[in-house]
Design a protein around this ligand. Structure first.
Ligand code: GRF
Length: 219
């Protein structure tokens, strides 16, 4: 068995509530922002499952601290990417997930997931896309000499950091900024923006036409 349910309880799940699944590979501060927003009523949904490709991810610890079901799925134990992603779909579906959040998930989301969750997968990226996609976006922005960066939340498509943009927030890049200081400035905005976008989705306010995302009819 390649899937490891490593804790948490499903007994708290409420079948009547909108259910989110979170994919995370690392420290999980965005997951924490979602958890906090749910606990304070800013987001009217529940987290059905948190899945990580790294069994030691801090994100899994955070989930367990809040009694959320967790799964670690080791990509190396699958013959190919499609089989790995199919197993992720299975876990998400079993937990009745209606919206998938990639919150620091360091893998490409491929066909099985994209097909099962069309326009239901959201990613957060620490730059103003289409500038600086991929890894180390903050380092890229500093190296380029950009004066403004920020974060982008977008629907996920088959290309890296590419799908229709839902929302963006800018931050200044200041003289003397390091990768760490810029990262922290952007993270503050990520943690504010992500719950807001999730709640818009939960309330059915988002619609997509081609590359354009409308919130209540407004791009
Ligand atoms: C964030 O900067 C997010 O934009 C990017 O990965 C980082 C994840 O941070 N995709 P965390 O694991 O949520 O703390």
């Amino acid at each position: 068995m390649r899937l490891h349910g490593d804790g948490g309880s499903e007994s708290f799940m409420d079948a009547s509530k909108f259910t989110i699944g979170v994919l995370a590979s690392g420290r999980g501060t965005n997951l924490q922002a979602i958890i906090n927003a749910i606990e304070t009523g800013v987001v009217t949904a529940q987290i059905g499952v948190v899945i990580s490709d790294k069994k030691d991810a801090k994100a899994l610890e955070r989930a367990k601290e809040h009694n959320l079901p967790t799964f670690s799925v080791d990509p190396k134990t699958y013959p190919d990417r499609a089989a790995y992603d199919a197993s992720i779909v299975r876990v998400l579906t079993e937990h009745q997930v209606q919206l998938v959040i990639c919150a620091g998930y360091m893998r490409l989301v491929t066909h099985p997931i994209l097909e099962a969750f069309q326009n239901q997968i959201i990613n957060i990226h620490p730059s103003l896309l289409p500038a600086f996609p991929g890894l180390h976006a903050q380092r890229q922005a500093l190296a380029y000499g950009a004066k403004i960066s920020g974060c982008t939340i977008h629907f996920v498509d088959a290309e890296v950091d590419h799908g229709p943009i839902i929302s963006q927030v800018s931050v200044p890049i200041l003289e003397g900024d390091t990768e760490e200081s810029l990262t922290n400035r952007i993270l503050i905005e990520e943690h504010r923006l992500l719950p807001r976008v999730i709640q818009s989705y939960v309330e059915g306010k988002l619609s997509v036409e081609g590359r354009k995302v409308f919130q209540n009819g407004t791009p």
